[in-house]
Each structure stands twice: as structure tokens, then as C-alpha cells.
Design a protein around this ligand. Structure first.
Ligand code: SF4
Length: 432
């Protein structure tokens, strides 16, 4: 991988890569949904694809300029899809362990729209017994009444997309909010007293310097969030930044990878000094005894995930799937009474092990005993040359009794993981 931030996607969100998923697997996914479940925990993900404005680094399926009619139609489709999914044999009667409202911007919805959406979903899925219900928010979409409504609708974990505190940087990168909206929203979130709060940052946004990054980190520290998630800026091919750069011929001026790693390293050190601990390659937590990430941990350990909404990604009985990626196709399928699954992937036993291993490594250490018990294969023996190479490169502190990453290894984990892939999957990913 080159030091400069070249256009492309390096973040490993899943395995096998999305580029390997295909329409021919859809009947297999539907058959799995119609069959008894495997005994893994069950979660629910809902994709809310609306945003006030498209960030210039965004590669998700999002819609701006949306009318209230569009929101209502989409919300009804989510409820209808929930009804169909919850009636499947692999899902029916099971208790949800976690729920995640992601996007897009779930907080784009008004209180009335949220209440109608949740009421519609509850006809099919209750989450009274879920251990975590996460809701992603964009600061400028919040109001005190909306934050209170989120609490009473059962959200337990609020994740606030701050990204940066510098107004020039926020504007340059096309964010819809400015710093004043962050402070205002944070007051409301704190006083609503959610079980857990998270702040998202991005290191290396366009226009970032080390001193602006330091100011962002210090302001985030002052917020005393239960957890802080720091991503390193990358430039997927379908972003406005990359398209603009192609049109103008100007390079995209994002800091190179060693610089971004240095900035995240500095941030990690500041958070550690202030009592936080490292929970993964991207996340720090203020109290590791109390703060948990059910969504992340269960998903990374192979849980089932029923996924609702346009372009959303699910996982059932070891099979991956993705919903229709375009508005009309998604709504057309759901309104016609069909599950809107567009493509999938039936992983082999070995691929399931690789998936849990590469996702697990993002935690900074690997529970090889759990993987050996679950899959009957010892990862240390199976990938001995890869572990040895990582150790020699300074990315591992130890291999035995379990692999433990160094800080430098952790800071570039996504670049290290493809070496564990089967050769068919080793190319750089282009996220759809
Ligand atoms: S808020 Fe998130 S989902 Fe919406 S445009 Fe920005 S990056 Fe994309």
C-alpha cells in the first residue's frame, strides 16, 4: 500500500469482500431465511438513507432533497420489510440482542416520523430485551425534544457524528453541521442520560493540520463521551472529492497514511492519559467495565443480523446478503411483498473463520482459543507464516499464547488484514 492516500477503499468492513457477492446467491439466502436458525445471537440493523447534505467523502447510499412523502413511504416500507423478515423461520420468535439505527442520518427524521417508524417496527420486532439500541445522530438535526423522544423510544446508545470541530474543515468537507451545533446537541444528549454516548471523529479530513487535529481532540476530551471512535480519512472512488479531482485534474489533498497514523497515535496517547482505554483499532472507552459494544462484538463474532432498508447489509446462518441498492428497486420489491435482497454470498467454513479472525484482529488481540473451539482449526498453525511476518515487521508484540498487536500494527490494521484472505479475495475493495 502506498503512503499517499490514493482513491480506493481500504477499510475492511466484512469478508469476503463485497465485490465477491452476487445475485446468484439470493435463492440460497432466501432458503436460509426459511430454515431453522443456527443459534447465534440476533441483531437488527435499519438503514435510514436521508441526509441534509452529502459530505464530500461519503460513499454510502444516501438521499438529500427528500420530501416528507418520501420519508413516510420509506418508513412504511421498513415496517413492511420488518414484517416479512420477522415471519421468516430463521427469525420468528427470536429475541433481539441489539438494534442499530444507521445511515445516512437516522436523526434526520422528525419526532413524529420517528414515533411512527418505531410503532411500525414494533409490530414485528420488540427490543425491550435488547442489550443495546444504538442511534446515529448528526448534530444539526437534533433538538432537545428529539433527544428526549429518542430516550423514550428506547434508544440506549447515542452516537454523534462530530468528525471535527473546525468550522472551515467541516465546510470544506461538505458536512451539514458547524461546531456550535455540536456543543448544543451535546448538552441535550448529556442531560437525557443515555446508557452510553459515542463521538465519531475522522483524522485527516481535507484541510486538517496537526494543530487543528490537536484542538479537535482536546475539545472531544472535554465532552467526556463514554467512547470515542476515530476513523482515518480515505477516498472511496464514488465520493465527491474523487469525482471533483478527476474533473479538474487536481490531486485530492488528503494527508498521507503515515501522517494520519501519527495523528491518531497522538490522539490515542491523549485519551489514554485522560483515563480512556483502547477498545479496538478505532475506539477508546472511558470505562471499559461499563461500556460495551454489543453491535460490534456480536457482529464480529458471527451473529445473525437482520438488515432493513435500501442497500443495507445482513448476515443470516453464515450467509451474507445485501438489499437492493436503489430507491425504486428497494421500494418496488417491498411494496410488491417481496424481501428486497439483491445479492449475497454463501461463505465456506474457512471463509467464516477468516471473517471472524480479521474482524476480531481489529480489537488488537485475537481470541484464538474461541476460534479454534468454534471452527475446529487452530489459526496460529493455519496462518503461521502470516503471524511470523507480522511479528518481524513490528506489527505484533507476540504470537503466543494469542496474537497481540503493537500500536503501529493496530493503527494500520486494515492494510494488514488482506494477507489472511484466500488468494481469490486479495484485491483492494471498492465498496458499493
Ligand atoms: S452524514 Fe454520513 S451518511 Fe450522510 S452524507 Fe455525511 S458521511 Fe454520508
Amino acid at each position: 500500500m502506498s503512503d499517499t492516500t490514493e482513491p480506493g477503499s481500504y477499510f475492511v468492513a466484512n469478508y469476503p469482500p463485497f465485490s465477491q457477492w452476487h445475485a446468484a446467491a439470493v435463492p440460497t439466502v432466501l432458503a436460509a431465511l426459511a430454515t431453522e436458525a443456527t443459534g447465534e445471537p440476533l441483531g437488527l440493523y435499519l438503514h435510514v438513507p436521508f441526509c441534509r447534505k452529502r459530505c464530500k467523502f461519503c460513499y454510502f447510499r444516501v438521499y438529500t432533497d427528500t420530501s416528507a412523502t418520501d420519508v413516510e413511504r420509506y418508513s412504511q416500507a421498513l415496517s413492511r420489510e420488518a414484517e416479512m423478515a420477522s415471519a421468516c423461520r430463521a427469525v420468528a420468535g427470536r429475541t433481539l440482542r441489539y438494534v442499530y439505527f444507521g445511515g445516512g442520518t437516522p436523526s434526520f427524521l422528525s419526532v413524529k416520523q420517528l414515533e411512527r417508524l418505531v410503532a411500525g417496527l414494533h409490530k414485528s420486532f420488540g427490543w425491550d430485551h435488547a442489550e443495546e439500541v444504538t442511534f446515529e445522530c448528526e448534530p444539526g438535526t437534533l433538538a432537545e425534544s428529539k433527544v428526549r423522544a429518542l430516550k423514550s423510544l428506547g434508544m440506549t446508545r447515542i452516537s454523534l457524528g462530530v468528525e471535527n470541530f473546525d468550522d472551515n474543515i467541516l465546510e470544506t468537507n461538505g458536512r451539514a453541521h458547524l461546531s456550535a451545533e455540536i456543543f448544543r446537541a451535546w448538552e441535550w444528549i448529556k442531560s437525557a442520560d443515555f446508557l452510553s454516548t459515542n463521538v465519531d471523529l475522522i483524522a485527516g479530513m481535507m484541510g486538517e493540520t496537526f494543530s487543528s487535529w490537536q484542538r479537535t481532540v482536546e475539545k472531544t476530551l472535554a465532552m467526556e463521551a463514554d467512547s470515542v471512535t476515530i476513523y482515518q480519512m480515505e477516498l472511496p472512488l464514488n465520493t465527491t472529492f474523487v469525482r471533483d479531482s478527476r474533473d479538474t485534474g487536481d490531486p485530492t489533498a488528503v494527508a498521507d497514511w503515515p501522517t494520519k497514523r501519527g495523528w491518531v497515535d497522538w490522539a490515542f496517547a491523549r485519551f489514554l492519559e485522560s483515563g480512556y482505554s483502547i477498545s479496538s483499532a478505532y475506539t477508546l472507552v472511558r470505562n471499559s467495565e461499563q461500556v460495551h459494544f454489543r453491535y460490534r462484538d456480536m457482529l464480529w463474532q458471527g451473529s445473525d443480523l437482520v438488515s432493513l432498508g435500501v442497500a443495507s447489509f445482513g448476515h443470516i446462518s453464515g450467509l451474507h446478503y445485501q438489499n437492493e441498492t436503489h430507491w425504486d428497486d428497494y421500494l418496488g420489491a417491498v411494496e410488491a411483498g417481496r424481501l428486497p435482497i439483491q445479492r449475497g454470498y454463501a461463505s465456506s467454513h474457512r471463509e467464516l473463520l477468516i471473517r471472524e479472525m480479521v474482524l476480531g484482529l481489529k480489537r488488537g488481540e485475537l481470541d484464538v482459543a474461541r476460534l479454534a473451539r468454534k471452527f475446529g482449526i487452530d489459526p496460529l498453525l493455519e496462518w503461521a507464516p502470516q503471524w511470523q511476518a507480522l511479528l518481524l515487521e513490528g506489527h505484533l508484540q507476540q504470537i503466543h499464547p494469542w496474537p497481540l498487536l503493537t500500536r503501529q500494527g493496530l493503527l494500520q490494521i486494515d492494510a494488514l488484514l488482506p494477507r489472511f484472505y484466500t488468494s481469490a479475495h486479495s484485491q483492494v475493495e471498492s465498496v458499493p
